[in-house]
Design a protein around this ligand. Structure first.
Ligand SMILES: Nc1nc2c(ncn2[C@@H]2O[C@H](COP(=O)(O)OP(=O)(O)OP(=O)(O)O)[C@@H](O)[C@H]2O)c(=O)[nH]1
Length: 338
């Protein structure tokens, strides 16, 4: 499932982002949705691009620039302003140094090199969910309070449903009544079943019943929400492990995906969240929500570098269709080419 497709243009193109990112083949509902999302992703990354693209352009006040230590230092400082962290920024600096040191370069050459390097650092990321050989595929969704879990579940469910998959949602955030209501509204919009527990019920029992229901009705996916928690709250982290264990008891091998929803506006804080959650909850992938409101989209890079956690989806707004499957090529292009 990829509804944010990579563009197929030549290496030297400097395209208008909205049109040039259009899918190579058009026609299917999937792809029509994709082309809308492509301009959305470019729009979503606008803030990050403003920091990165504009900053890098500013390095080139004159025609070309000599690539020396001064230039490389300035480049590095500008890269890390997007919260991409020192490791990934260093790799980009080294690549630029390797290719151009001692030479006068033009903006386009440097942008091209940076884009390629970002692509290659993220090349293993893609927006695909794991799939259980015999349904249901169980997806557990975790993250800190307010990161966008419930909204992301709604958007993901909408996408799966629109593509012919049946699903059951589990309102595992039994702590916050509004979260249950919110998920119930999403289920109503999508037209899928939802399992809820009483307020304060054991979330593990809701998770168990959700998987049970999905098996009973033969659903393709069971998607289970959880209450927001801080990665430092060890009792609540243990609760996630219990939820996992109980799910596995009902369906051995499940959950097949544990998606960590990170708020893109959190920048470097998202890194400590990724660390705490991936250790305690065995996360398999990231949903980077609220990319539309963030200038820190570069944070995708250190998360991949440090935790080998692929970004699977990005959230680009609060509406039902405001989510895109992650694609490194489109991401790198949208980040730099404006
Ligand atoms: N702009 C924007 N807003 C988003 C996105 N995803 C979620 N939001 C908003 O972020 C806020 C929090 O989203 P929720 O889905 O309620 O977050 P949550 O993680 O379930 O929250 P808790 O249950 O309190 O932990 C809401 O106002 C959402 O509408 C996104 O991709 N873009």
């Amino acid at each position: 499932m990829a509804f944010w497709r990579s563009k197929k243009t030549s290496e030297t193109d400097e395209p208008n982002e909205a049109s040039a990112n259009a899918p190579s083949v058009s026609g299917s509902a999937d792809e029509q949705q994709g082309s809308g999302l492509l301009s959305k992703i470019a729009g979503g990354l606008q803030k990050t691009r403003r920091v990165l693209g504009t900053d890098i352009r500013d390095l080139f006040k004159s025609e070309g620039r000599l690539v020396d230590d001064d230039f490389l230092g300035e480049l590095f400082a500008r890269l890390i302003r997007t919260d991409m962290g020192t490791g990934p920024a260093n790799k980009i600096r080294e690549e630029v140094a390797k290719q151009y040191r001692g030479r006068v370069v033009h903006l386009e050459e440097v942008i091209q090199t940076i884009t390629q390097e970002i692509r290659s650092q993220l090349s293993q990321d893609h927006g695909e969910l794991a799939k259980n050989d015999s349904p249901p595929t169980v997806v557990l969704v975790v993250g800190v309070n307010g990161s966008g879990k419930t909204t992301s579940i709604g958007k993901l469910s909408h996408y799966l449903h629109a593509n012919g998959h049946s699903l059951v949602l589990g309102a595992g955030d039994t702590f916050r009544a509004a979260a249950v209501e919110q998920l119930t509204i999403w289920a109503g919009r999508i037209g899928c079943e939802i399992v809820t527990g009483k307020s304060g019920a054991d979330p593990a029992s809701v998770a168990y019943q959700t998987v049970d229901k999905a098996i009973e009705v033969g659903a393709d996916y069971a998607i289970i929400d959880t209450a927001g928690r801080l990665q430092t709250q060890s009792n609540l982290m243990q609760e996630l492990q219990k939820i996992r264990k109980v799910i596995d008891k009902r369906l051995p091998g499940a959950p097949h995906e544990v998606l960590l929803v990170l708020d893109a506006t959190a920048g470097q804080n998202a890194i400590s969240q990724a660390k705490g959650f991936s250790e305690a909850a065995g996360c398999t992938g990231i949903v980077l929500a609220k990319l539309d409101g963030s200038a820190k989209g570069g944070v995708v890079l250190p998360i991949r570098e440090q935790f080998q956690l692929p970004v699977k989806f990005v959230g680009l707004g609060e509406g039902m269709e405001d989510m895109a499957a992650f694609d490194p090529d489109s991401f790198a292009d949208a980040l730099l080419k404006g």
